[in-house]
Design a binder for this molecule. Structure first.
Ligand code: 5GP
Ligand code: ZN
Length: 136
């Protein structure tokens, strides 16, 4: 399969590796959108978040606190965002991975949560909640 992250996992393409175990690797994202921007990549090829099973998801999240604490200790960011882009066009590499993005004063990384609370009603909340719940 022509997958860039499989190639990195198999050491066919070099990477700046922070951590490796049997299940996953943590490497610097080539873009370094902020200093210390890191990717956690499962060694096994899952296309995206929708395809993870319970075991794989718990195995990958188990390592997150260790890596984010190392980043915090290294660069003392003001905070950190954890991002999982899921499906094109959001996701550009279709091999499941987690972005760890340390945040700094005046960095150029932008994430904005629009607040639509004013447009909501109790009925609307219930309707949305029921739709999702019925699809569990
Ligand atoms: P996505 O958009 O799929 O969530 O993110 C893919 C990420 O992979 C991007 O942030 C991009 O910079 C990174 N990336 C793409 N190719 C390479 C590569 O060859 N090496 C590394 N280290 N990162 C890569
Ligand atoms: Zn892959």
């Amino acid at each position: 399969m022509d997958c860039i992250f499989c190639k990195i996992v198999n050491n066919e393409i070099p990477s700046y590796k922070i951590y490796e175990d049997d299940i996953l690797i943590a490497i610097l994202d080539i873009s370094q959108t902020t200093k210390g921007h890191t990717l956690i990549i499962l060694k096994k090829h899952y296309k995206n978040l929708y395809e993870l099973d319970a075991t794989a998801s718990s195995e990958i999240f188990k390592i997150v606190p260790k890596i984010v604490n190392a980043i915090k200790k290294s660069f003392n960011p003001i905070g950190l965002n954890l991002i999982i882009n899921t499906e094109k066009p959001l996701q550009t590499v279709e091999h499941f991975h987690i972005h760890l993005i340390p945040r700094y004063e005046n960095d150029k990384f932008d994430i904005h949560f629009q607040n639509n609370q004013n447009e909501m009603t109790t009925e609307k909340y219930i309707s949305v909640k029921e739709i999702i719940k019925n699809n569990l």
